[in-house]
Design a protein around this ligand. Sequence first.
Ligand code: GTP
Ligand code: MG
Length: 153
Amino acid sequence: QERTFIAVKPDGVQRALVGEIIKRFEARGYKLVGLKLTVPSKALAGKHYADLKGKPFFNGLVDYMTNGKAPVVAMVWEGKDVIRQGRRMLGATNPLESAPGTIRADFCTAIGRNIIHGSDSYESALKEITLWFNENELADWVSANAEWTDADN
Ligand code: GTP
Ligand code: MG
């Protein structure tokens, strides 16, 4: 089954939106297979956002993620098309462009405080899950809902 890396950023934790975000993924029918509260090191955040090195906001972005004013809630979610659907549920990077009903449109206003991260491709998901989690921190379990949420026929 497809897996993606979703993280509630420190502003989302500080604003008490963790439950709301988990609720949306659960309600959609996705299965939680990894979950932890962590303050990432600068090295981890730098690797996570390696493709943005050189952007004017890069240092601010790394500080925001790592300064410990609140932790990050790192998660792995599993299910049908969860990488693309996760991105749709998050909405556009800039909340000004996020469609109403998406997480970013419903809960934030600033691109630099957009409360949640989601992997943008299969390759990113694999890279990010490996970066943030050890294999033994991921739970392989069978959801009793799977026959209702995942059937293709
Ligand atoms: P993530 O899911 O966090 O990776 O966001 P994204 O994939 O929608 O966007 P991208 O990977 O391009 O940028 C990563 C993060 O950098 C964004 O979520 C923002 O928090 C931040 N960011 C991107 N562009 C800007 C910008 O122009 N200004 C500021 N301050 N932050 C930005
Ligand atoms: Mg991104």
